[in-house]
Design a protein. Sequence first.
Length: 215
Amino acid sequence: MDVVIDNIPRYLDGFSMTLLLLVVSGLAALVLGTLIAAMRISPVGTLRGFATVYTELVRNTPLTLVLFFCALILPYLGSRLPYPVAATIGLAVYTSPFVAEALRSGINGVPVGQAEAARSLGLGFGQAVTLVIFPQAFRMTIPPLINVFIALTKNTSVAGGFFVVELFTIGKELANAHGDAVIAVLLGVATFYLAITVPLGLIAAQLERKWVVQR
């Protein structure tokens, strides 16, 4: 454990990058996924078609391939984005269809009468979605959404293969430098990941209890 204690500053550097990737790409994926979910139920056929193709294409593309495109192909096309920014974009794009599908399951759980009542009150599609449908859908999809963000936390480790020094990269470097303490080094990495995923699970449970009662 001396190796872990002596390298706490390096662990914290990697942890901060992992946390940054999670927060920024998670928020971006939430916004993009919400837009895609809205397009999936849009009365405009072109928007529904685009959202369906986007969801199926991105969801069935390996994350490594998405990050490869962002980190290596975009610079070849003239992009000057720093690697952490490119990784954030890749993670957000990859995660967004999972957010959209989670929300769509919640939308399907909203009674049809809610949308009909909104239309009878004179609300347009955008107003009905933002004021009536989505608030209920979000409440019903807290657990799957949190699971998506827990998966995103672990997916940030893939960014280490594309020149982003995050938590797992630090763990690999320490393991290579201290071969006799590999288990301790990896346990240290796992501890920092758990510092993110366990609170997310607790938050999900608390929000679910609170909002299910309200609903």
